[in-house]
Design a protein around this ligand. Sequence first.
Ligand code: F0G
Length: 453
Amino acid sequence: MPIKTIIEPFRIKSVEPIRWTTRAQREELLKAAHYNLFLLPADNVLIDLLTDSGTGAMSTNQWAAIMQGDESYAGSRSFDRFRNSIQDITGFKHVIPTHQGRAAERILFGVMCKKGDVVPNNTHFDTTRANVKFTGAEALDLVIAEGKQPASTHPFKGNMDVAALEALIQRVGRERVPLVMLTVTNNSGGGQPVSMQNAREVAAVCKQHNIPLYFDACRFAENAWFIKLREPGYENHTPKQIAQEMFALGDGCTMSAKKDGMANIGGFLCTNDDLLAQQEKDLLILTEGYPTYGGLAGRDLEAIAVGIQEALEEDYLRYRIASTAYLGKAIAAAGVPIVQPPGGHAIYIDARGFLPHIPSDQFPGVALGCELYLEGGVRSVEIGTLMFAKAAQMDLVRLAIPRRVYTQSHIDYLVEVILEVFAHRGQIRGLRLTYEAPFLRHFTARLEPIEAA
Ligand code: F0G
């Protein structure tokens, strides 16, 4: 094909205005938000890269499906479509809808874990870690060494260290490891993929010890695309075939449909285990809802049934991954340290490398996020010492790209903002905490800048 430009594979039918603020306004707003971008009113954000979760644009087919929503309390037709679509991709026997990913996590860990247990993952996401801990179990990250080195260009930095998994099971004993989890792609580790080879090896260790393997499948479609691009032998597979092959290695999954489900809300929990499914549905009824809706409206189930298939379309994935890489390459070429290679849903700036004069306990990631907002009204999120406290392996600022929302000129603006901040990075100061909650503190924390000595 002579034309090389990868374009957005859609045209825009409905638009949502965004609002400029002045720098003086942003200074006031940031102060009022206690230097925590979660506490900012979203109307005052120009480009919102806080998350790719629930922030995507739905397609005409999803909106059409929404009108078909069957809001019956029990036995809804929409649930049948939801389950069929998910089973078509995952092959799992039981599909339990939940209002979002963390509800699936709470139910899964609530049923499977107890005090003293250990749950290995490549890297737990914050809610996953918190839900494991909430049961009294320990959440352990076993990502490969390359996964902790921002500059390493290993093609599958989300891989689990299989030898470390084996050693862990030997050390604590099989009975203390109720399940193993693989997060695809590895969000907290930089949106990095897990290879099929690695999933196969992890599955083999699990099988040998009779431990169930679950996927945290939020970005399974993006992971499949990376396998197609980077893993020998998968060039001619469709993303769907790759996803099917990966899910076939596991016993179940948790899913936030707000990511590769292409929906604004929703999630699910899958398992092949009949007894577990029964216990999970009992818990579901207690707090989420009846098992054919699980806290969602019938129309949400329809949007997910369609969206999860669209996430696997090649034109979409080609554009999605290329546009994230476009941002990463543009700022990296100017010297901004980022987690390499660019992730699927986000670019992660290495804040320790960007702001070497700010020690970790003064939250370099938060400081950089605040500065990006001041400079250009851009909202990002810290994934580092504020989020994970002492467990933080890195201090990152994540620029998460909502699906099908921003165009290339938005990204060009963003590049300009980041490079402007990079040019005056020496003037940026660290922060200290003035309030923190007992868990998931980053959502509500309050901070203040540390005055220059
Ligand atoms: N697992 C991973 C890997 C995630 O990235 C998320 C959410 C969850 C589980 C929980 O799903 O939000 O639907 O309850 N990540 C969002 C983010 C919030 O911004 O990365 P949820």
